[in-house]
Ligand binder design. Structure first.
Ligand code: NAD
Length: 454
């Protein structure tokens, strides 16, 4: 019997729940269940698999509020945000419920016969997810993996296992066969590592830190596993002097203080054309000072606590580097891993806060001289995940969007993720793409078949 994993509520620091802590033995059991379920799941007709995913959507919709509450309490996120995130998870299953019937191949002209391709599932896929968007990120992986005919072992982060565990129960309630979705809640160092090393696991889809991503890529190499990695970011929000500054400043806080900054897409560097720096800073401060930090279950709350004491200490260390503090907001006292929204700026280009992922509510503001300088500064990073460009000059917006080395960019908007469009990083933000019409490619192999007509 595994020992217990205590789940803490970040807003109160109290124990929210206690669940069995999975270890290597539980991973092996889960993989064995997934292996047992694979032949029948793979053999289902496309329409039958689609029907299962549609049934899952119905059950998830019935439990939307329950899952949102669980996520809000376990991850410390505002209830309104949690509702939206669970909504996106459900939308992801809805989107991929159409995919089993659209796993298309090609016919290829060759001599002496006919050649064509088909898509085959990989087999058992291991899905390792972080604590910042627990069920949403799990859904990005589960939905296309299941649609493509794989069976799955999902490992949530040890800090936020509750929505994944509940999801596993709901999948059974929706009628998915035993063993198609397996959840192992345990530490990365044992449970995650075993999943990466397990010889029966064909692929690891990982979202998390760049550091752990490196070790996963290395570990997976031993058994030539397929790997997709969604890693860290240091995304730039580029504000040109000709932008609608009011709108850019109003939206910037959401793009970096959303989820208390614990967002891989956080635009934690705001690059501002030097000629409008003072005006933009004043507008930004006005909007950041209006952020309501507090109880995640209060519907008016816009920012909750950080996930843990360790995360708060890591974020706080960025205040010790001596960068100029332009604004520091307020946060509740007492229990809870609170951290006030903070603007640092103007900061130097080599400052740690300008280069490293903070994963908390601190934004660094940096001035730039012109378009070329903005692009150079945006690209001066080991990361390349997301970003925004604010300007009224459409041609400039498109030039900059093409020149910035980043997987996802938005123009005059702070959004990054849509179910229907590909999401993923350049450079050390990872490789592979999730979401969008091609995500099933990452969970299937191309098989080429030649049929002789001679
Ligand atoms: P993390 O890398 O510490 O952990 C992520 C997951 O990996 C957890 O489930 C953890 O238990 C597991 N893990 C840890 N060590 C492991 C090992 N040796 N082998 C196998 N699994 C292991 O990340 P985190 O702290 O949970 O999340 C924050 C990070 O995730 C940030 O860097 C953030 O940028 C990144 N992130 C990226 C995206 C994206 O889509 N690019 C999205 C969200 C978060």
């Amino acid at each position: 019997m595994p020992d217990a994993l205590q789940v803490i509520e970040p807003a109160t620091e109290a124990v929210l729940d206690t669940v069995p802590r999975a270890g290597t033995a539980e991973v092996d059991e889960a993989v064995a269940r997934a292996r047992g379920a694979f032949p029948a799941w793979r053999a289902l007709t496309p329409s039958a698999r689609a029907e299962h995913l549609r049934a899952l959507v119905v059950v998830l919709e019935e439990h939307h509020e329950e899952l949102a509450l669980l996520e809000a309490r376990n991850a410390g996120k505002p209830i309104g945000d949690a509702r939206g995130e669970i909504g996106m998870a459900i939308e992801t299953f809805r989107y991929y419920s159409a995919a089993p019937e659209r796993l298309l191949g090609e016919t290829i002209p060759v001599a002496g016969g006919e050649a064509f391709t088909v898509r085959e599932p990989l087999g058992i896929v291991g899905l390792i997810v972080p604590w910042n968007f627990p069920l949403t990120i799990a859904a990005w992986k589960l939905a296309p993996a299941l649609a493509a005919g794989n069976t799955t072992v999902l490992k949530p982060a040890e800090l936020t296992p509750l929505s994944a565990i509940r999801f596993g129960e709901l999948a059974l309630e929706a009628g998915l066969p035993e063993g198609v979705v397996n959840v192992v809640a345990g530490p990365g160092s044992t449970c995650g590592k075993r999943l990466v090393e397990h010889p029966d696991v064909a692929k690891i889809a990982f979202t998390g830190s760049t550091e752990v991503g490196r070790s996963i890529a290395a570990g997976a190499a031993q058994t030539i596993k397929r790997v997709t990695l969604e890693l860290g970011g240091k995304s730039a929000n580029i504000v040109f002097a000709d932008a609608d500054l009011e709108r850019a400043a109003a939206q910037a806080p959401g793009a970096v203080f959303g989820n208390a900054g614990q967002d891989c897409c956080a635009r934690s560097r705001i690059l501002v054309e030097a000629s409008v720096l003072d005006r933009f800073m004043a507008l930004l401060e006005e909007h950041v000072s209006a952020i309501r930090v507090g109880d995640p279950l209060d519907p008016d709350t816009q920012m909750g606590p950080l996930i843990s004491a360790a995360q708060r200490a890591s974020v706080a260390s960025f205040l010790e580097d001596g960068d100029p503090v332009a604004f520091r907001g307020s946060a509740p006292d007492g229990a809870g891993y609170w951290f006030a929204p903070t603007i640092l700026g103007p900061v130097a280009r080599d400052a740690r806060v300008a280069r490293e992922e903070v994963f908390g509510p601190i934004v660094a503001v940096l001035p730039f001289a012109d378009e070329a300088d903005a692009v150079a500064l945006a690209n001066d990073s080991i990361y390349g995940l997301s970003g925004s460009i604010w300007t009224r000059d459409g041609a400039k917006a498109l030039r900059v969007a093409r020149a910035v080395d980043s997987g996802v960019l938005s123009i005059n908007s702070n959004t990054s993720v849509r179910v229907a469009t590909p999401f993923g990083g350049f450079k050390q933000s990872g490789y592979g793409r999730e979401l969008g019409p091609h995500a099933t490619d990452a969970y299937s192999e191309v098989k080429s078949i030649y049929f002789s007509t001679s």
